[in-house]
Ligand binder design. Structure first.
Ligand SMILES: *Cc1c(COP(=O)(O)O)cnc(C)c1O
Length: 452
C-alpha cells in the first residue's frame, strides 16, 4: 500500500464527513497561514533528522521501530476526529473497536471470559494489574524476578505494597525453587511472571510458576509487554517455533499485559491489560460527575485507572488486526522472521573469533560481547563498538548495550576473568522482519568494529 495515497484519502474522507454537518468557519485565533507554517515545519523536519534510523535494519539496538503504514493511516483518520475512549460517549465508534481488539488479544492468550482495555503503556497496564492484585490480597506483597521490568518495583512503591525480587537461573528466568520457598512464608499475594524479559528476552517458566503459585493460593500476573505476541509462535514447526508450555499456561493465569506498541506494529501510546475474571471491574467503580453513562454495561472509563485515552489508538490497532490478524500466518509471520534472524545471528556469533554469544536467544533479542580477556576489557570494548558503530561515516550500525553483573556473566561463561562487578555487553533487538535478510551484513559490520 502507498502511505501517501492513503493518508490523503484519510484526510479527504474525514473532511467530507465533517462537511456533512453543515458549514462553519474556523475561528481567527486558530489561523496559521502556509507562509507561517512552512518555516516552522522545515525546522521540525530538520530537527527530526537527528533521530537514529529506527526503520532501517542497520538499527539493531533498542525495541524501536515505526508503526505499520496501516496503523499510521488508521491512527490519523481517527485522530482527525480525536475520540476519547474514557467513555462510550467520548468514543462511540472507537470504544466498541477497543472492546473488539481487546477480545482478540484475550483470545490470543486463551482467555475466555475476560475484562480488559487498552492503556497508554505497558507500565500503566502493569500498574493496573498490580492495583487489582493489591485490592484482592490486602496486606500481601508482589514477587517478580530480578530480571523483571524495573517499573514493577517502582509501581509497588506507588501502590504502597511490598515488592520482592526472586533470583534467576543461568538463562535469566525466574528461579522456581526460590519462588517456592518465598511463597511458603505466606506474605506474597501475586507473582509476576515475565514472558520475555526486556533485557535478554528470557521467558519465565509460566507453567511452573503457576503450579507453585496455585499450591500456595497465590495469583499470577504475566508481564508479556514485550513478548506477548510471540505466543503466536508457540508450538509452531520450524526454527522459529517456541516451546508451547509457558505460553499455554497464560490462559490459566489471572491477568496479562501486552504492548501493541512494541510488537503489534502500533505507534506509542498502546498497551493492554486483560483480566481473566471480569468481576475485578468492581475495583474501578467511581462516580466522576464528568463521565456520562449511556450503557448499563461497565464501560471503558469504568475499568481503567486512566481517564482520557486516544480512541485513535484503538482505531489503529483495529485496522491493523483486520489486515495482519493475531494468527501464526498473520502477525506471527512478522515475529517469526525476527526470531529466525536472531537464531541466524546467534549461530554466526558462535563461530566468530572476535565476538562471543552471551546466551542463546529465546525470542528476537541477541546478546553478545567482544572477545576480550576480562570483564573490564569487555565493558570498554562494548562501549567503543557502540559509539564507533553509530558514528561511522559510511554505513553506520546501531546496537545497544546491556549491563550484566559479574555473577550473571560467570554463570554463563565460567572461565572469564572477573576484574569488575559487572560489564556492559552488546544487545540487539531484531524486531523488524527485514532483519532476516540483513543479519550477515550486521554480523560482518559488528565483526569489523570488534577488530578495529
Ligand atoms: C517495555 C516493557 C514494560 C514497560 O512498558 P512501556 O510500554 O514501555 O511502559 C514492562 N514490562 C516489560 C517486560 C517490557 O518489556
Amino acid at each position: 500500500m502507498e502511505l501517501e495515497r492513503w493518508l490523503n484519502s484519510a484526510v479527504s474522507a474525514i473532511e467530507e464527513w465533517q462537511r456533512s454537518f453543515g458549514d462553519y468557519r474556523q475561528h481567527d485565533s486558530l489561523e496559521v497561514t502556509d507562509e507561517e507554517f512552512g518555516p516552522a515545519f522545515e525546522e521540525l523536519i530538520s530537527r527530526l533528522a537527528g533521530n537514529y534510523p529506527f526503520f532501517h535494519p542497520s538499527y539493531a539496538g533498542q525495541m524501536l521501530k515505526p508503526p505499520h503504514a496501516v496503523a499510521v493511516v488508521g491512527y490519523l483518520a481517527a485522530m482527525l476526529i480525536n475520540p476519547n475512549n474514557h467513555a462510550l460517549d467520548g468514543g462511540p465508534v472507537t470504544g466498541p473497536m477497543e472492546k473488539e481488539v481487546v477480545a482478540q488479544l484475550a483470545a490470543m492468550f486463551g482467555f475466555e471470559p475476560h475484562l480488559g482495555h487498552l492503556t497508554t503503556s505497558g507500565t500503566i497496564a502493569n500498574l493496573e494489574a498490580l492495583y487489582v492484585a493489591r485490592e484482592l490480597h490486602k496486606g500481601r506483597g508482589i514477587a517478580y524476578s530480578a530480571e523483571a521490568h524495573y517499573t514493577h518495583s517502582r509501581m509497588c512503591g506507588v501502590l504502597g505494597i511490598s515488592g520482592t525480587a526472586v533470583g534467576v537461573d543461568s538463562r535469566g528466568r525466574m528461579d522456581v525453587a526460590q519462588l517456592e520457598s518465598l511463597l511458603a512464608h505466606g506474605e506474597i499475594g501475586t507473582v509476576v511472571a515475565t514472558a520475555g524479559t526486556t533485557g535478554l528476552g528470557a521467558i519465565d517458566p509460566v507453567h511452573e510458576i503457576l503450579a507453585v503459585a496455585r499450591r500456595h493460593g497465590v495469583r499470577v500476573h504475566v508481564d508479556a509487554a514485550y513478548g506477548g505476541f510471540f505466543t503466536l509462535l508457540a508450538g509452531q514447526d520450524g526454527p522459529a517455533g517456541l516451546d508451547p508450555a509457558p505460553w499455554l499456561a497464560i490462559r490459566d493465569c489471572d491477568s496479562v499485559v501486552v504492548d501493541p506498541h512494541k510488537h503489534g506494529l502500533q505507534p506509542y501510546g498502546c498497551g493492554a491489560v486483560i483480566f481473566a475474571d471480569p468481576a475485578v471491574g468492581r475495583f474501578y467503580v467511581h462516580d466522576s460527575p464528568y463521565t456520562y453513562f449511556t450503557s448499563s454495561e461497565l464501560h471503558l472509563g469504568e475499568i481503567s485507572l486512566e481517564c482520557s485515552r486516544a480512541g485513535a489508538s484503538a482505531a489503529a490497532l483495529w485496522l491493523t488486526l483486520r489486515l495482519l490478524p493475531l494468527t501464526p500466518d498473520g502477525l506471527g509471520q512478522v515475529l517469526g522472521a525476527g526470531r529466525r534472524a536472531a537464531l541466524d545471528w546467534a549461530a554466526r556469533l558462535e563461530l566468530s573469533e572476535v565476538l562471543r554469544l552471551y546466551q542463546q536467544p529465546e525470542l528476537d533479542i541477541v546478546s553478545y560481547y567482544p572477545a576480550q580477556p576480562s570483564l573490564a576489557a569487555i565493558d570498554a570494548a562494548s562501549e567503543a563498538i557502540l559509539k564507533r558503530g553509530m558514528t561511522a561515516p559510511s554505513e553506520p550500525v546501531f546496537v545497544s548495550t546491556l549491563r550484566v553483573s559479574a555473577d550473571a556473566f560467570v554463570r554463563r561463561h565460567p572461565d572469564m576473568t572477573i576484574d569488575a562487578d559487572g560489564a556492559r555487553i552488546l544487545r540487539s533487538v531484531l524486531m523488524k522482519p527485514e532483519s532476516e535478510t540483513y543479519v550477515s551484513m550486521l554480523h560482518s559490520r559488528l565483526e569489523e568494529l570488534a577488530r578495529a
